[in-house]
Ligand binder design. Sequence first.
Ligand SMILES: *Cc1c(COP(=O)(O)O)cnc(C)c1O
Length: 341
Amino acid sequence: MAKNIDWKNLGFGYIESDYRFVSNYKDGAWDEGQLITDANIVLNECAGVFQYAQTVFEGLKAYYTKDGHVVCFRPDLNGQRLEDSARRLEMPVYPADKFVEAVKRVVEANIDSVPPYGTGASLYVRPYMMGTNPVIGVKPADEYQFRVFVTPVGPYFKGGAKPISIKISDFDRAAPHGTGHIKAGLNYAMSLHAIQEAHREGFAENMYLDPATRTKVEETGGANFIFVSSDGHTLITPKSDSILPSITRRSLMYVAEHYLGMKVAHREVLLSEVKDFAEVGLCGTAAVISPVGRIHTNDGDILVPSGMDDMGPVLTKLRQTLLDIQHGELTAPEGWVVTIK
Ligand SMILES: *Cc1c(COP(=O)(O)O)cnc(C)c1O
């Protein structure tokens, strides 16, 4: 029985679910892990996660398809990315195959919290990992915990995907030491001030530029950019070592090429050429694509030709095609849609 939740009016917030998966790393090995009911964590005041922010995370969604299965989308890529993030922060790797198993176990245990098909809502899955033992000298922890919890979330857009205004950030995006290409709490902590500043000035998001020259487009705080060429035939996405490799973006590039017959380009994108693009979008798990209508720069605003009323036609088609693949209405490439139940 589905839980007594008002699925249609769910926002994007935390709702405690019944079960979470926990595995501990000690003496050089992960234990086999278990499902538990306690949502709270008790740690020593000097735990590595509190002192030197040794924590990395992932985010993906589980949802019902039309034919009544519960599935998730490309969880193996989230598992691989968590491995990369962990290596970069000198944390032990939680193997991607065990990661996928843990995700499946937690979703299955909380199957009552998966929003029904057709509500636009989904079950957001949050795997993460942190250093747990006391660390006072600057060094990695010796003990870690890997956890997966879930929370039902509403559709990202209520009543259509309205284009947003964004601004060129006054701040550099990457946390110190160039950790921008991993999914880590510290990257987000470093972006909180920039995003709040943008909100205070009336913008929904930031566009970060490369810190060295401030001439090339990187990404936003939590989504990659995609651009449609002026002739509508090419999907372009910026290339840089400090951009988080979005699974949505990689999937959209594949869909553009193999389902829609578009050309795709993964290359450096200069800020000076953005004014020539027909459509601009942000992409990530939560919204799939959010359209951008206006970009504020210190030399005046770039008004994207697709405007402030609706998402442009190419990104609309692209978004719908990926949604149809995710929901089983179009045949997915091998391994993209993983059945949980
Ligand atoms: C999560 C995230 C994205 C989007 O990645 P998806 O895998 O598509 O959800 C983009 N940029 C940053 C910085 C992120 O943390």
